[in-house]
Design a protein. Structure first.
Length: 123
């Protein structure tokens, strides 16, 4: 597993939103999807409100690779399914970062959303 450099991790973690593009089988990138992302420890995570049925999430499952852009950082990434042991820290990170959106943040804290938690690893 490749790790983030500290500067990029800080910038991505502080960014309000992240643009994610998943890679198709032919190596081309899908259109970017803007979403929330959180930093928990030394990792970056995203979740689909619609869980594994979310269109952008399904796109990440084709090659498990893509590109993100946030906080001035553009990085090719690998999409790794987060272990359920990581979910509590990711929940806490979403609450801390986006808790001021009280009626919205709860949507990324459901069990359905948790099952789509992806760890973004630089490549």
């Amino acid at each position: 597993m490749t790790t983030w450099n500290g500067s990029d991790l800080d910038k991505i973690g502080a960014a309000e939103e992240l643009d994610l593009q998943s890679e198709r089988d032919d190596g081309t990138l899908r259109a970017p999807v803007t979403m929330w992302a959180v930093r928990a420890g030394d990792h970056v995570y995203v979740r689909s409100v619609k869980g594994p049925d979310g269109p952008w999430y399904r796109g990440t499952q084709t090659t498990h690779q893509g590109r993100i852009e946030a906080g001035g950082v553009r990085q090719d990434v690998t999409f790794r399914e987060a272990d359920s042991a990581e979910h509590a820290a990711v929940d806490a990170a979403y609450r801390e970062k986006y808790g001021h959106y009280t009626s919205i943040v709860e949507h990324v804290l459901t069990e359905r959303a948790r099952t789509s938690t992806l760890r973004l690893e630089p490549r």
